[in-house]
Design a protein around this ligand. Structure first.
Ligand code: AMP
Length: 272
């Protein structure tokens, strides 16, 4: 991959990278469509990165189908699919990690210790391997996008990071590879994430500013659905991810909910 990237760059071709864990859906395709506009060569990576999964998480049950992904990528105009094996990304002696000090202390980082260390490390490695000038990430994984923007700046990567809005199913459920793990009833309960965000947005539009009240009401919606277990419902500053007490300017509401065994996340910027 590095040789190919060098060749492309020597030929004056710019590279846009969309990192994924595969099992592609319309959210990924939207990143690719945007990526096409920003590079001569569009490269996607498909790698279920073991270092971002905790010991009790779903690394082994994470859905995979490389053949299907490759044909979807091809029809989306992707030039190269980079799908390394874990041995190629982490050899036995691997011991270098990228760790951010503050952003991982919030939201998903609280219940997934080490997750963002794994994310930042693998993205840094992908940047060094694929050598893109532009990289695209989804706003669905808001904290991940914040971590990658910070890392790119802190480590002086000469890469433009572009955030792409969340693609949803017709009923509002944010697209996710993990949605395929939901039974019909659990998929219904999964809608509560989007419903809770919509309610919060409406309440903010009505003038409600108190974060505690907004969180309580949003949590109530989620709890009213069977199979749900809230990991967090948070209202925070969109840049620092620190909790806010009042929604006086654009604020991030982020939710993480276990629906059965499947952990789902979603978020929205609430604007008074
Ligand atoms: P994943 O394969 O889940 O690691 O996701 C790969 C990239 O696609 C990440 O940058 C995600 O934020 C992005 N992504 C995942 N789901 C969506 C979605 N529904 N809409 C937009 N981007 C998404």
């Amino acid at each position: 991959m590095q040789q190919e990237a060098n060749r492309l760059l020597q030929d004056g071709k710019s590279i846009a990278l969309v990192p994924t864990m595969g099992y592609l859906h319309k959210g990924h395709l939207s990143l690719m469509r945007e990526g096409r506009k920003h590079g001569d060569t569009l490269i996607i990576s498909i790698f279920v990165n073991p270092t971002q999964f905790g010991p009790t998480e779903d690394l082994h049950t994470y859905p995979r189908d490389l053949d299907r992904d490759v044909s979807l990528a091809e029809s989306a105009g992707v030039d190269i699919v980079f799908a390394p094996g874990s041995y190629a990304m982490y050899d036995k002696g691997h011991q270098t990690y990228v760790d951010l000090e503050v952003l991982p202390l919030y939201l998903c980082g609280r219940s997934r210790p080490g997750h963002f260390r794994g994310v930042a490390t693998v993205v840094a490695k992908l940047f060094n391997i694929v050598k893109p000038q532009v990289a695209l990430f989804g706003e669905k994984d808001y904290q991940q996008l914040a971590v990658i923007r910070r890392m790119t700046q802190d480590l002086n990567y000469d890469i433009r990071v572009i955030g792409v809005p969340t693609v949803r199913e017709a009923d509002g459920l944010a697209m996710s590879s993990r949605n395929t793990l939901l039974s019909k009833e659990k998929r219904c309960s999964a809608l509560s994430l989007h419903e809770s965000l919509k309610l919060a947005q409406e309440r903010v539009a009505q003038g409600v500013e108190d974060a505690r009240k907004l969180i309580e009401e949003a949590s109530g919606i989620i709890r009213s659905h069977p199979y749900t277990k809230i990991d967090y419902v948070a209202l925070c500053d969109p840049d620092t991810l620190e909790d806010v007490e009042r929604v006086e300017g654009p604020s991030l509401m982020a939710v993480a909910v276990r629906v059965g065994k499947t952990r789902l996340i979603d978020n929205a910027i609430l604007t008074p």
